[in-house]
Design a binder for this molecule. Structure first.
Ligand code: ADP
Ligand code: ASP
Ligand code: MG
Length: 449
């Protein structure tokens, strides 16, 4: 029994009209067996804000925000005539949220573990609501299954790593029996639980990954990612109107794009899909009739240049040695400091007597880490930078392509702090004010190549 796993992102379920469109999509395709929901638009950010308000002794303000979330869900439930069970579940989840907020307020601490429990409220409310809507909408049975029973993970709260063998077992136990009866299973993205049953999350934006994990365990026939754009574009269509949509991409191409900043897909999504060779369709829930993008293993000849993407908020730090160690020894000691602080840096550029480290995100640069580095080394420079990348295939295949890219950059006088790359991408680290401009220049090279 081969089914489709369909995932709806936050903006796809932001209000009654949006949710009705998603219900229509599910209704229109009998093969959809599992529906994975994100929290409604902005709810996850609001849950983070609520935790911080509670820490700042603004418990009442935090709880008011929680009730505003409940009201938003109630409003949709009313407009779409959800069944009573949805209201009851929303109320129960709300009470749990309230006690979590009071706990954070009393302890004046938000542990990653508590935050994951609080995060889970968003997905649990939206899925309870959507299941309640679908029950009155489809001619098929609908069941709500708690993803924490299925997506088993390790205990790295906020960024948990899934345990594939357990997920396979749980999918067999909690999803397959429903599918055999042609019942539609609605469940949450993003959330899971560790072996003791404590709630975990897969990382922000992780619902796409949840869909792929369930699809892998089911050996599904297709994964659908329904979002607010019509597919995957050559770059973020919000940055330039020149961005064009792809009919198809190969797994590695889409994966490189996602890792280098194309927010439309969570970076890990394509690994489970490609392991089982499951095609992934990315389409617009706003205009589902538009053709979206198919991601598959084999799509024929791949172009040398494909797309452009950008990420912000990296820290580039240059460090020198205080005691003149041989440079290999120096690099090893510095890498040990990073390891001790559990830092997975993005890139490490070693030079004689010095090194430049690129941190993936600025929050990694804690005062403890700086103190630890400064015990042995001197920090001579530190800058907030953006990374702009051009993504392609076998870049070395086309003679002169790299110098062509470089000469275009030279013409505009973009100040590049560092660059790195391989045969499938080149990344340039630049000041954040010049990043969009550089992205447009690189995009022009993609269009005109
Ligand atoms: P969802 O809530 O459905 O998960 P996201 O906000 O995570 O949606 O992803 C969709 C957004 O990704 C789009 O609104 C778009 O601005 C952004 N995006 C960035 N790069 C790309 C790209 N290359 N193609 C399409 N969308 C992109
Ligand atoms: N709701 C979560 C977030 O906003 C996960 C997701 O939407 O993919 O990060
Ligand atoms: Mg997303």
């Amino acid at each position: 029994m081969k089914v489709i796993v369909s995932k709806f992102g936050g903006s796809s379920v932001k209000d009654a009209a949006a949710m009705r469109r998603c219900a229509e999509i599910v209704k229109s395709n009998e093969s959809i067996g599992v529906v994975i929901l994100s929290a409604t638009h902005n709810t996850t950010n609001q849950l983070e804000r609520m935790a911080h308000l509670a820490m700042d002794k603004k418990c009442d303000e935090s709880i008011e925000l929680l009730y505003a979330i409940k009201e938003r869900h109630y409003q949709i439930a009313k407009e779409l005539d959800a069944d009573n069970c949805a209201y009851k579940l929303i109320d129960e989840i709300l009470l749990e949220g309230e006690s979590l907020i009071r706990g954070i307020y009393l302890l004046k601490e938000i542990s990653d573990r508590a935050m994951d429990r609080l995060y889970s409220i968003g997905e649990r409310m939206s899925s309870a609501l959507f299941a309640g809507v679908l029950k009155n909408y489809l001619g098929r049975e609908v069941v709500l299954v708690d993803a924490r029973r299925i997506i088993k993970t390790n205990s790295d709260f906020n960024n948990a790593i899934p345990i594939l063998s357990k997920i396979k077992e749980r999918v067999g136990e909690y999803i397959v029996p429903h599918l055999k009866k042609n019942t539609v299973v609605v469940t949450q993205g993003f959330i899971g639980s560790n072996i003791e049953g404590a709630t975990t999350t897969l990382g922000r934006e992780g619902s796409d990954f949840s869909a792929a994990l369930v699809a892998e365990a089911l050996e599904a026939k297709e994964i659908q990612i329904w979002t607010d754009v019509a597919g995957i574009f050559s770059t973020d269509p919000r940055i330039t109107a020149d961005a064009f949509k792809f009919d198809q991409l190969q797994y590695d191409e889409a994966s490189n794009m996602a890792h280098l900043g194309a927010k439309v897909l969570y970076p890990e999504t394509l690994a489970p899909a490609s392991r089982k060779d499951i095609p992934v369709y990315v389409g617009s829930s706003i205009n589902p009739e538009l053709d979206g993008t198919w991601i598959r293993s084999d799509i024929g000849t791949l172009p040398v240049l494909r797309a452009v993407a950008k990420t912000d908020d990296h820290i580039l730090m240059t460090v020198t040695d205080n005691v003149g160690r041989p440079h290999r020894r120096f690099h090893k000691v510095l890498l040990d400091v990073l390891d001790r602080n559990n830092i997975s840096y993005e890139s490490f550029f070693g030079t004689t007597g010095g090194a430049t480290i690129l941190f993936a995100e600025k929050y990694q640069l804690s005062s403890d880490l700086i103190a630890d580095i400064e015990r042995e080394f001197s920090i001579v420079d530190q800058a907030l930078v953006s990374r702009v990348s051009i993504i392609g295939n076998d870049l070395e295949r086309e003679a002169g392509i790299i110098s062509k890219i470089m000469s275009h950059l030279n013409e505009g006088g973009t100040n590049i702090f560092r660059f790195n790359g391989g045969s499938r991408f080149l990344s340039f680290y630049v000041s954040t004010d010049s990043a969009e401009d550089l992205l447009k220049k690189l995009h022009f090279i993609v269009i005109s190549n």
